[in-house]
Design a binder for this molecule. Structure first.
Ligand SMILES: [Zn+2]
Length: 602
């Protein structure tokens, strides 16, 4: 009896200091709010409560504390404690001799995205960084989570394991807590197993346009191919694809899950469905590339400050290169579809003037102020490290294959990187070392200018190795061949969201920039003719490149006339074509890249 009491006392006092306990509830179905109650063990006079300003994987300051209200604090026995807000992301509580601090607050969730939280009666998504507080002492403590739902709100889903007492969920520390999204919804969970590893595709918003079973079957093919690619499985428990078919977009990677947002009818359109499959492949590839194998600058997350890395061309760009490739190797897309996706990346790169101003390394460092905060002029000043990184992936892969006569490739570099740097963060030099080991010092000399300078990747040489060539203006070439007029333009990107012809961006160096067109201008007429969205294509083929005319634009309530000399329209797309000497050797090289048998197709 004495022994039992002693044991009970011991475990009780040990419990009090060992963990942080969070409880989430939803006070009102009509209000988009989450009520958070957190119990912290404390041992100092003053306790500072901190709310992250960003969430890993999405390099933008989001100042989550802006949605936190009604903060109150009490001691373990319920005595109120005053709370003082000390900075945008911190609160201070005079905890004196108190050993337990209980805080309660309300989090509003006005924005639905993969990086924020959203509470509604239909479904709830919780991204931990936007909801949970920590203290300097609590970050490394185990965290318990309890979520109070109702049958109407739905079940609770999370990649977190069940807690020891079976009443909730347990995370080893704060990092794991905020890396584990929580979903509350009535949603079907499609389960599958690959090489003894469990996976779940949770389809929130599954509807008559979304075939959840088909999506799970296709996700399974991507999983199989990706596991085969890396050869090693770092997952310790089931992995969740938390998919929201709710007219959202994007994806965010976590250790044991990903949050994906997509359209409700995304599956009904082949092109859009391939986009969804691409996000699935991209996010799952991140389990290895960026979660377990991480740039040194992101080794330990600093939730209160920007963390700069020049390595997003690798972490995001090469992931973008492989998402398309793995869809092909999983035989979810045809070789022609892969070539279309590659041509799209090259087109995006080569029609972005900003690539001439900013090396991809710098674009990565500047992710916080450029990629995630793009404006009308971004197209002229920066380049996406996703796009350029993906094209670098292709030309580097082609280079390694060509120089080694097919004995080496980028896959090998990635696997060696993982071998060396899973759990041991890498510096920029580490990738270079591995590349030099696989491809020799020449490979390094090939890569460095692509990262450090604004030189364009030599896409034509890379395609040539596969017997392919790029047509940089297929539409006008076709028009010319058929004796039709070619399209003219003036180098602007239109705002697709507007019904009127409103300029979103003006490409630097274009005739539109020379004429003085500004973002936000509504173009009303060209020459003496009314210009509208549906007349645009027809009119721009009637006018010819080199012709001088004028534009009538509405700018901030005033009508302005601008003289302009038209130029060739920005090509709508690029096409990848077979070279005239395309033959057996090219087929075998493409088969090795795409993981598909091409014999039937050529
Ligand atoms: Zn990514």
């Amino acid at each position: 009896m004495i022994l039992i009491i002693a044991f009970a006392l011991l475990s009780d006092s040990a419990m009090a200091i060992e963990e942080v306990r969070h409880s989430l509830s939803f006070p009102d179905d009509r209000q988009q709010t989450i009520l958070v109650r957190s119990e912290f063990p404390v041992n100092s006079q003053l306790t500072e409560l901190i709310m992250p300003i960003w969430t890993p994987g999405s390099y933008r300051v989001r100042d989550y504390a802006a949605n936190v209200d009604q903060m109150t604090a009490v001691t373990g026995s319920g005595e109120p404690l005053p709370v003082l807000k000390t900075s945008k992301d911190r609160w201070q509580v005079n905890t004196g001799q108190v050993t337990t601090l209980i805080v309660e607050y309300v989090v509003s969730t006005p924005d639905l995205s993969v990086n924020t939280s959203w509470a509604s009666s239909a479904f709830t998504l919780i991204n931990g960084a936007s909801v949970f507080l920590y203290t300097s002492a609590s970050r490394d403590l185990p965290q318990q989570l309890n979520v109070i739902s109702s049958p109407e709100r739905g079940e609770v889903f999370t990649p977190l394991p069940a807690s020891a007492d079976g009443k909730g969920y347990g995370a080893a520390d704060y990092d794991e807590l905020v890396d584990s999204p929580v979903v509350v919804a009535n949603a079907p969970a499609h389960r599958f197993r690959v090489k003894k590893q469990d996976y779940v595709l949770l389809n929130v918003g599954e509807n008559e346009f979304w075939d959840g079973q088909q999506a799970a079957t296709d996700a399974e093919k991507i999983v199989k191919e990706t596991q085969l690619f890396w050869g090693k499985n770092p997952l310790k428990r089931p992995y969740w694809f938390l998919n929201f078919a709710v007219e959202g977009r994007g994806g965010l990677e976590h250790d044991h899950s990903t949050v994906i947002m997509t359209g409700r009818k995304q599956m009904r359109d082949r092109d859009k469905y391939i986009k969804w499959l691409g996000v699935v492949a991209h996010e799952f590839f991140h389990v290895w590339n960026v979660r377990h194998m991480r740039p040194a600058e992101l080794a330990k997350y600093d939730y209160q400050n920007e963390q700069y890395t020049s390595q997003l061309w690798l972490a995001e760009g090469l992931t973008s290169y492989y998402d398309n490739l793995l869809m092909s190797r999983a035989k979810l897309i045809r070789p022609e579809e892969y070539m279309e996706l590659l041509a799209r990346d090259i087109h995006r790169l080569e029609t972005t003037p900003g690539r001439k101003l900013r090396p991809v390394k710098e674009a990565s460092t500047d992710a916080w102020i450029r990629h995630y905060k793009s404006n009308a002029n971004s197209v002229n000043t920066t380049i996406s490290y996703y796009t350029k990184g993906a094209v670098i992936g292709f030309v580097l892969d082609a280079y390694l294959r060509k120089e080694s006569k097919g004995r080496h490739d980028l896959d090998e570099v990635m696997r060696q990187m993982y071998q060396l740097h899973a759990g041991a963060p890498y510096t920029p030099d580490d990738f270079k070392k591995v590349l030099a080991q696989v491809g020799g010092p020449e490979a390094l000399a090939f890569l460095e200018p692509l990262l450090d300078t604004t030189a364009d990747p030599d896409i034509d040489t890379a395609l040539d190795w596969f017997g392919l060539k790029l047509d940089r203006d297929p539409i006008n070439r076709l028009a010319e061949a058929e004796g039709e007029p070619v399209a003219s333009g003036f180098g602007v990107i239109w705002d697709e969201d507007m019904l009127a012809l409103v300029v979103k961006s003006v490409l630097s160096g274009s005739s539109g920039a020379v004429a003085g067109i500004l973002p936000g201008d509504e173009v009303l007429a060209i020459g003496n003719e009314r210009l509208t969205k549906d007349k645009l294509a027809g009119l721009m083929t009637a006018w010819q490149p080199g012709q001088a005319t004028s534009l009538l634009v509405a700018r901030r309530g005033q009508i302005i006339k601008l003289d302009i000399e038209l130029e060739a329209a920005i090509p709508e797309r690029f096409d990848i074509l077979l070279q005239s000497d395309f033959g057996k050797r090219h087929i075998s090289r493409l088969q090795s890249l795409l993981g598909q048998n091409l014999r039937q197709r050529t």
